[in-house]
Ligand binder design. Structure first.
Ligand code: ATP
Ligand code: MG
Ligand code: MG
Ligand code: MG
Length: 561
């Protein structure tokens, strides 16, 4: 391709709001442009990288028996009511009113895929089956940031396996898990699979794929001694059951959603050094009850909190205090014992029995009374995992590693299929059974940012060969016709060999062209200079390892190969 045909414009200045290198470089390089907060247009360069990542995922999933399909982003809300996730995933669901009635924009596709392919898999003879798509997801993230790392609309490669029983589900899971490892290897990333806690998706065994990174929003626990690797929630669980505490007299759950006093309470928390970050987000521990119906947000990120028995701690999240979330407090006795501070909150002092939550219909209600609207029997003590804690497997000290989540695989079992009308097949026994499912997600658009973080070079980028928007840039250094013609010939020859080539033909000085090409990030440059050309030579620059070779003109193709 000719640079004069490529729609792209680099910019010299860093975008004002960019906190991380990938965000800065991808904007400056003309890969993408923001349309709204957490909503990005991928420009031709960015789209090329996205397509390459998608192609690698598709190749590896196809090798694992995958069938690519495309599911809609628009889902009737009734579909989500079948599994109850219109309630449990309410916080991320984006809703659309239309002539069709209420729709949601799919944040994930377990329901939609069962509706789409369930009828085709209605007999055990059609199982196992593995389908996947590379498609746009919508999540109303409270905290879109870091460019493509966390967006409200993003591209995911999501796969789903269907099996007759647990054993077969595990076999399918293993096959996809291995495909994941091949994908990340080809992308040039060291992704670490860690045992994970199921979170809101639910199910049994699951793994997160983590790329260690200073800008990661997650942590995993890693043991050098025995190789144990787990995310912090799973490591906490691995340590053994949480301690059950005796019932508290007059247990109470308090919350003050958007109520008078919340802002003041937050200001007070902040003044006391509570973890409110620069975005004005308050870091809290979040818990879900067994049914996933009620969310309790605990303030703030202490090591140890008390939860009603049957509740799961879902880890630390950040909330915008003014947003649709609410602050909750576990009863004053429990909190004090657990070392959680209560701030002066007029709402609490006046109405100690107030709480909020989502009721069974998913409505957000204020004024739920413990003991009336729901019961709390036992309380458990949950203690956070921190750096240096003993490994649950061998006892050696754990290290906490900061990382970015680039993928997630789940053994779902019958969690969703059992709730859905199309979620069943007729088994060899003639009876009807829910599918045993696995689900798998790779963050394709997030990976663009993760790889850009890893492959920054000299203020620009040097993409791994497999996903580079252009693998070779042919850059003339000199303005003679001879130089331009030679550069064009080399580009043509390399393109014939199947390389993705960008010919710098814009008549720019070498210095200006090189600054652009540093951002375009081809891992190989062929520099055609007037003086070396007179000797029948060109220069080959490997931007990944920084080495430069002088090669004979006739050997260029071979050297690039
Ligand atoms: P996170 O913990 O980062 O919020 P998640 O656990 O909610 O991610 P999954 O539901 O496991 O995400 O989705 C599969 C993959 O999709 C994630 O591993 C991640 O790579 C990607 N992903 C999830 N949310 C986003 C987002 N808001 N923007 C970009 N990519 C995302
Ligand atoms: Mg998330
Ligand atoms: Mg996650
Ligand atoms: Mg996940």
């Amino acid at each position: 391709m000719r640079a004069s045909d490529l729609v792209f414009a680099t910019q010299r200045e860093d975008p004002r709001d960019a906190e991380v290198a990938s965000h800065r470089l991808l904007v400056r390089g003309g890969y993408m442009r923001a349309l709204a907060s957490g909503v990005w247009s991928l420009l031709p360069l960015g789209f090329r990288v996205l397509e390459r990542i998608g192609a690698i995922v598709a190749e590896e999933f196809d090798r694992a028996g995958g069938n690519q399909l495309l599911l809609p982003a628009l889902h009737p809300v009734e579909l989500w009511q079948e599994t109850g996730r219109n309630v449990t995933m309410d916080d991320v669901l984006m809703r659309v009113d239309s002539k069709l009635g209420s729709l949601v924009l799919g944040p994930t596709h377990e329901e939609a895929v069962i509706a789409a392919v369930g009828p085709d898999l209605a007999s055990y003879r059609s199982l196992p089956a593995f389908v996947y798509q590379i498609q746009t997801k919508f999540r109303d993230e409270p905290r879109a940031r870091f460019g493509l790392m966390r967006t409200r609309e993003f591209v995911m490669a999501d796969g789903y396996t269907f099996d007759v029983d647990r054993e077969h589900m595990r076999v399918s899971y293993q096959r996809v898990y291995e495909a994941y490892l091949r994908v990340y290897r080809r992308l040039g990333l060291k992704a670490v699979p860690v045992e994970a806690d199921a979170g809101a998706i639910g199910g049994d065994v699951n793994h997160e794929f983590m790329v260690p990174s200073a800008i990661g929003e997650d942590h995993f626990a890693s043991c050098r001694a025995c190789g144990y690797q787990a995310n912090v929630e799973a490591a906490r669980r691995g340590r053994g059951p949480d301690r059950v505490l005796p019932p508290i007299e007059q247990p109470r759950v308090y919350a003050t959603p958007g109520a008078p006093g919340v802002r003041e309470a937050i200001a007070a928390l902040r003044a006391e050094g509570a973890p409110v970050d620069d975005d004005g987000m308050l870091k809290c521990m979040v818990a879900y009850d067994d049914a996933g119906r009620t969310t309790l947000v605990l303030v703030p990120g202490q090591r140890s909190v008390r939860l009603p028995r049957g509740w799961r701690l879902a880890g630390e999240e950040a909330f915008r205090p003014e947003g649709p979330f609410f602050l909750g407090y576990v009863g004053p006795v429990g909190m004090r014992e657990a070392g959680v501070r209560i701030v002066a909150d007029p709402m609490i002092r006046e109405r100690p029995w107030w709480a909020t939550g989502n009721n069974a219909e998913g409505e957000h209600v204020v004024g739920v009374r413990v003991g009336v609207d729901f019961e709390v029997d036992d309380w458990i003590e949950v203690v956070e995992v921190v750096d240096g804690d003993p490994c649950p497997r061998c006892g050696a000290p754990l290290a906490l590693v900061r990382a970015v989540e680039v993928g997630h695989t789940f053994q779902l079992g019958q969690l969703y299929s059992s709730r859905m009308s199309r979620g069943t097949f007729v088994g060899e026994d003639g009876a009807t059974h829910p599918f045993w499912m696995g689900c798998y997600g790779i963050g394709v658009s997030r990976l663009i940012a993760v790889i850009a973080e890893e492959y920054q070079r000299d203020g620009g980028l040097a993409w791994p060969l497999e996903i580079a928007p252009f693998q070779v840039a042919v850059v003339p250094a000199g303005s003679s016709d001879d130089v331009a013609a030679t550069a064009a010939n080399i580009a043509e020859e390399l393109e014939r060999m199947g390389r993705r080539v960008l010919l710098e033909d814009r008549g720019l000085s070498f210095g200006v062209a090189a600054r652009d090409q540093e951002l375009v990030g081809a891992p190989l440059w062929v520099v055609v200079g007037a003086r070396s050309l007179a000797r029948g030579e060109v220069e080959l620059r490997n931007r990944v390892d920084g080495r430069t070779l002088t090669v004979q003109l006739r050997d260029v193709a071979q050297a690039v190969d």
